[in-house]
Design a protein around this ligand. Structure first.
Ligand SMILES: Cc1cc2nc3c(=O)[nH]c(=O)nc-3n(C[C@H](O)[C@H](O)[C@H](O)COP(=O)(O)O)c2cc1C
Ligand SMILES: C=C(O[C@@H]1CC(C(=O)O)=C[C@@H](OP(=O)(O)O)[C@H]1O)C(=O)O
Length: 388
């Protein structure tokens, strides 16, 4: 599968074209809207989220609630466009003052300066409009399509927040992904640990009050992936590499790890590697899951566990030093509106991009043009792997 997105943060809409989804998959706007709504939630978001109510329009590739095998076109409207029509319309406009006003003051930590140099934009609005994480709206929509593929193949996925602004969740255990989903859905910071969640909210409020921003760590967990998906034979087909790359592609993500990740550097092999066992009912399983469900670029059949690190939001009410690209004068950046923390929303984006990679890998390995044949193939593979 592949997808492309287009659209600016304050333009009329975001668009995604999703290609390679097998025919016969159940898919409605409601499946996608649920995840769009989840992405909009979370303590610490700015005023923009009060303006938007993200809803998808499926404008290609689906008929009567089923995929056709043709490209799926997804559109999410930017309600805020009504306030930006003159500035963001595609057609040339007369010399309105607001249209002439260029952004020449780059924000440290955002794409403004590097993007302006790359494309030769003297008006950095041309950069910020596309580098904005508003684009993650349609990435979540594409991910929701991938989640439908996974669901039809018996693969379940969830996400949660492990850390915000240095406050760590202590209670991170759960008995089922369903429980994890219910608990995190009820939390304003998508955290399993209620007490830590309260402290995270306070940390966000404190940061906001100080005109600052904070980041954090999110985790995605996937259950039900068959064994041996991915590849050890080519660097660009290694599934672990794809998952880390997907995580790092999210705006403001600066690190990713699988399983115990960086902790593996501090432990001997006897405490890191997951011992192998077999029984009639479950086939091959592991006594532990330090590898986070991946060895040799392939799935082990154990749950996949991927974490990502989000840096603090770059746009700050507390000014940071920068340089005006027209006057070359130093200035202290000041802003109109911004999120102070978007880690809970970013967890939903992380879930979407991981779902995308896993559904793509399954289709690449077992894929046919029909969802029923894909289901059959994977079921056969599961039986084979169990008895192997
Ligand atoms: C859900 C989400 C919301 C974000 N909201 C903001 C925001 O309000 N203001 C801001 O400056 N950056 C925000 N960011 C982060 C920037 O988009 C990101 O830092 C920027 O694109 C620069 O890229 P980089 O941080 O990956 O280097 C957000 C990121 C995510 C994932
Ligand atoms: C719009 C979203 O996030 C935006 C991401 C973002 C950025 O710079 O990344 C900047 C802000 O945009 P605005 O200035 O319009 O408020 C966020 O609100 C969204 O997540 O849907």
């Amino acid at each position: 599968m592949r997808y492309l997105t287009a659209g600016e943060s304050h333009g009329p809409q975001l668009t995604a074209i999703v290609e390679g989804v097998p025919a016969g998959l159940e898919l409605t706007a409601e499946h996608i809207n649920e995840d769009l709504a989840r992405r909009q939630k979370g303590h610490g978001r700015g005023r923009r989220m009060q303006i938007e109510t993200d809803r998808v329009q499926i404008v290609g590739g689906v008929r009567h609630g089923q995929t056709l095998g043709s490209p799926i076109a997804l559109v999410v409207e930017n309600k805020d466009f009504t306030h930006w029509r003159n500035i963001m319309g595609a057609e040339p406009v007369d010399n309105a003052e607001e249209v002439k006003r260029q952004i020449t003051k780059p924000r440290p930590g955002h794409a403004d300066l590097n993007g302006a140099i790359k494309y030769g934009h003297r008006d950095m609005r041309n950069v910020l409009e596309r580098s904005s994480a508003r684009e993650t709206t349609v990435r979540v929509a594409a991910g929701a399509v991938a989640k439908q593929v996974l669901k039809s193949l018996g693969v379940d996925i969830a996400c949660h927040v492990l850390e915000i602004g240095g406050v760590k969740a202590e209670k991170t255990s759960y008995t089922s992904l369903q429980e994890l989903k219910e608990k995190t859905e009820a939390s304003a910071v998508r955290c399993l640990d209620e007490e830590a969640g309260k402290q995270m909210m306070k940390a966000i409020d404190d940061a906001k009050e100080n005109g600052d921003s904070i980041g954090g760590i999110v985790e995605v967990i996937v259950e039900g992936m068959p064994t041996g998906v991915g590849s050890y034979v080519h660097y660009d087909r290694k599934l672990d590499a794809k998952l880390v790359s997907a995580m790092m592609s999210i705006n403001a993500f600066k690190g990713a790890e699988i399983g115990i990740g960086f902790e593996a550097a501090r432990k001997p092999g006897s405490e890191v590697h997951d011992e192998i066992q077999w029984d009639e009912e479950n086939g091959y399983t592991r006594k532990s899951n330090n590898a986070g469900g991946l060895e040799g670029g392939m799935t082990t059949g154990m749950p996949i566990v991927v974490r990502g690190v989000m840096k603090p939001i770059p746009t700050l009410y507390k000014p940071l030093q920068s340089v005006d690209i027209d006057t070359k004068e130093t200035f202290a950046a000041s802003i109109e509106r911004s999120d102070s923390c978007a880690v809970p929303a970013a967890a939903v984006v992380a879930e979407a991009v991981i779902a995308w990679e896993l559904a793509s890998a399954l289709i690449e390995q077992f894929g046919l043009d029909r969802i029923d044949l894909l289901q059959e193939n994977i079921q056969k593979h599961r039986e084979y792997a169990k008895q192997f």
